[in-house]
Design a protein around this ligand. Structure first.
Ligand SMILES: [Zn+2]
Length: 712
């Protein structure tokens, strides 16, 4: 059905040009907000320096040992081992375009939030002040720690350290941690995640005793003061930290604590065994306006809760040993896709589950929490499909909901997002500012919580295979440029991953053990490589072809590695059409989703300290049907590639574009800034044939992603 011309070009993994060479079509004219445009020059300069520094530094880093504190810790009996084990934070450093993306984040709101937003500023309750004392301080530090250490940024480390020091030095006599002004279990679940990461990079001897004393306190207190609301629905995130400590200390009460959390927590596996929430959740259904806080029905259909819950089956299978539990993550994803799935890889949640109409939104907290769940579940299950989904979120939904400089973000993003304004209210329960780009549109949870997205993705690119040090190997679980340094049976091993993936097809690994050593290196072969449109996976070691397993599994190369061995993986990035709400069509290529970038007019709503809130209005038409169902040469999709530039997901210089035949569809309209649902395809489209250029989803801040399909 689809004829595609996905020419593969030779990757130039080390040649990161600040100015992409060319694009066959003129860029759409787009005015970014003044804040972004003025900072772009500064950023280009910084990025040029950073790029040079990254490349220059690589030879010197090549044989560096992993940090002494960063040796992997395997599952301790009687826990069931995961298929893979996450490497300790600090083992993986970003390179290439990913390094530039993390630098953008560090130079944006993440690196300055405490200077401009009181909720994580000097008066935070998590610094001993009288200000915000609930989840925002822990959220911030949970993302700031991996960002700071991955960039080896002393300024950011010092910011994170302030929160850690206060928590480490203010444990109450009974073991309680955090501000004394509340005793809610939920924000402690978040600071525990931060503490585990901090211990992995620092080996600070205060961390394990503090966690142990807190868990003993909680184990004694929970029967009389059980989990409630957010903590009840997010218990699986605490179970992760409890098991993390058990693997280090072996204290049996920790397994009993995990069982108590499971017993008191919401039964997500039961909810999804007989999934009932198959339509847009209304305020009436969840009794939102009846007072008394969120009811269990509201919490069970809440987007962020469901994103966090994706890990539940996988995490609990470590304790239960049940293969059915282990499959829970894949089952939950399948149900969410079926009833609430969107073409950007997310499920709708604005902020409860909202059906498949691509004008509904997804909250940024849900994006980063779903990513974190997928990272954990991928490690435990070894299910390659979870890696596919993780990349889809990382390369589309995550960057798509920020301005290029990461100084402003949305609360809700939509696949079909034709206006970001105060007019725009398709949400069931979220406020009118939810899709503005700003400091804290709608509510500040995402402002505090988004920081973990890119850094934890970076920390999950490589994992460890094997259940003990004796049979350890490395796994490339998701692909992006990075350096991994670890030890395998005592030998320091460095792997440099050079690639412009997902924009280009070639991923090149240079394996550098300190001395020759045998171990398996496994590489994820995404399910989308099994494409009827042609192309095949190529895998070579030092130029010699290796067998490639079925799509949706892992290739495993067993050999004695010596310094300088090169593994080259080429994934067929062939454009494909996927079908969505009302049989609408989206164009995908590898993990990237493509959108029609509507002309943007950015209008500042108000200044917000060091940043601002923005509305974005369309200034071009957007109502196209794509003409991809006609079996003739003029329906071919043409791909143009260039190297990613200073801003990887830039609209001005997108690294990859696709040209798609289309026809205007005048009857498809917006009302009050909201695109109507795409009419049921196929549609009769009588307007003249055109070719429209699609850019990466994340590059288009106003966009159409799900198109009606013209009748052939
Ligand atoms: Zn949020």
């Amino acid at each position: 059905m689809l004829r595609a011309d996905g020419k593969r070009q030779k990757a130039k993994a080390r040649s990161y040009k600040l100015r992409p060479k060319s694009s066959t079509m003129e860029c759409l004219k787009s005015e970014g907000p003044p804040m972004i445009r003025s900072s772009r020059r500064r950023f280009l300069q910084q990025s040029a320096l950073a790029t040079v520094a990254t490349l220059a530094a690589r030879p010197a880093r090549a044989f560096a040992d992993a940090p002494a504190s960063a040796l992997p810790v395997h599952a301790r009996a009687p826990l069931t081992a995961g298929t893979f084990t996450l490497l300790p934070l600090g083992s993986i450093a970003p390179a290439g375009w990913l390094h530039r993306q993390l630098e953008i984040q560090a130079n944006g709101l993440s690196g300055h939030l405490d200077e401009t937003w009181a909720d994580v500023g000097p008066n935070s309750g998590w610094l001993g002040g009288t200000g915000e004392s609930w989840e925002r301080g822990p959220y911030f530090v949970d993302g700031l720690i991996p960002l700071a250490w991955q960039l080896d940024n002393a300024r950011l480390k010092a910011k994170a350290q302030r929160f850690l020091e206060w928590t480490l030095t203010h444990q109450q006599a009974n073991g309680m941690i955090g501000p004394a002004s509340n005793d809610d279990w939920w924000p402690r679940i978040v600071i525990l995640k931060a503490l585990t990461q901090y211990h992995e990079v620092s080996a600070d001897p205060r961390v394990l005793p503090l966690m142990d004393k807190y868990f003993r306190h909680q184990f004694a207190a929970l029967p009389g003061r059980p989990l409630r609301d957010w903590g009840k629905f997010r218990w699986q995130d605490e179970a992760l930290s409890v098991l993390w400590l058990y693997n280090r200390t072996g204290d049996a009460y920790l397994l009993d604590l995990a069982r108590l959390l499971h017993q008191q927590g919401h039964d997500w596996l039961a909810e999804y065994a007989n999934f009932q929430f198959k339509q847009q959740i209304t305020a009436e259904f969840i009794k939102l306006n009846e007072g008394g806080g969120l009811k269990d029905l509201a919490l069970a259909t809440h987007g962020v809760n469901n994103g966090q819950a994706l890990k539940t089956g996988a995490v609990w299978s470590l304790v239960s040993g049940s293969p059915a539990d282990r499959d829970g993550t894949a089952h939950m994803l399948a149900e969410l896709d079926r009833w609430h799935g969107l073409p950007n890889g997310m499920f709708s949640c604005d902020e409860h589950l909202s059906g498949r109409n691509p004008s509904q939104g997804s909250e940024l907290c849900t994006v980063v929490e779903s990513m974190f769940s997928l990272e954990q579940a991928l490690a435990i299950t070894g299910n390659a499909a979870l890696g596919d989904r993780l990349e889809k979120l990382a390369f589309n939904a995550l960057p798509g909901t920020f301005t290029d400089d990461m100084w402003a973000h949305q609360y809700n993003q939509e696949p079909n997002q034709v206006e970001c304004s105060l007019h725009h209210k398709p949400w069931v329960s979220d406020g009118p500012e939810s899709n503005l780009y700003g400091l804290e549109p709608n509510f500040g949870c995402c402002t505090a919580n988004f920081h973990q997205g890119w850094p934890k993705f970076t920390a999950s690119l490589f994992m460890l295979s094997g259940s003990s040090h004796a049979d350890a190997g490395l796994v490339a679980a998701a692909y992006a440029p990075c350096d991994v340094r670890t030890r395998i049976r005592g030998t320091a091993v460095h792997v440099a991953e050079d690639t412009s993936y997902p924009f280009r097809a070639t991923v090149r690994f240079t394996v550098n053990p300190a001395s020759p050593i045998a171990f398996p290196l496994s590489l994820r072969i995404p399910a989308w490589t099994d494409t009827a449109a042609g192309g095949s996976v190529s895998l070579k070691v030092n130029g010699r072809p290796e067998p490639v397993p079925a799509s949706g599994s892992f290739a495993r190369i067993e050999r004695t590695w010596k310094a300088g061995d090169v593994v080259e993986l080429i994934l067929p990035l062939v454009p494909r059409i996927t079908r969505w709400f009302n049989d609408s069509a989206a164009v995908e290529r590898g993990p990237l989703v493509f959108s029609y970038g509507i002309g943007e007019d950015w209008l500042k709503l108000r200044d917000r300290g060091m940043t601002a809130d923005w509305q974005v209005f369309p200034r071009t038409q957007w109502n196209y049907a794509v003409d991809v169902d006609r079996p003739s040469a003029d329906t071919a999709i043409k791909v143009t590639e260039s190297e990613p530039g200073a801003i990887p997901f830039s609209r001005e210089n997108p690294p990859v574009t696709v040209a798609v035949p289309a026809r205007k569809l005048p009857a498809w309209l917006a009302e009050d800034g909201v695109a109507a649902a795409p009419p049921q395809s196929p549609v009769i489209a009588a307007e003249p044939a055109e070719t429209i250029r699609l850019i990466p989803y994340a590059a288009a801040k106003l966009r159409i992603t799900a198109f009606p399909v013209a009748k052939s």
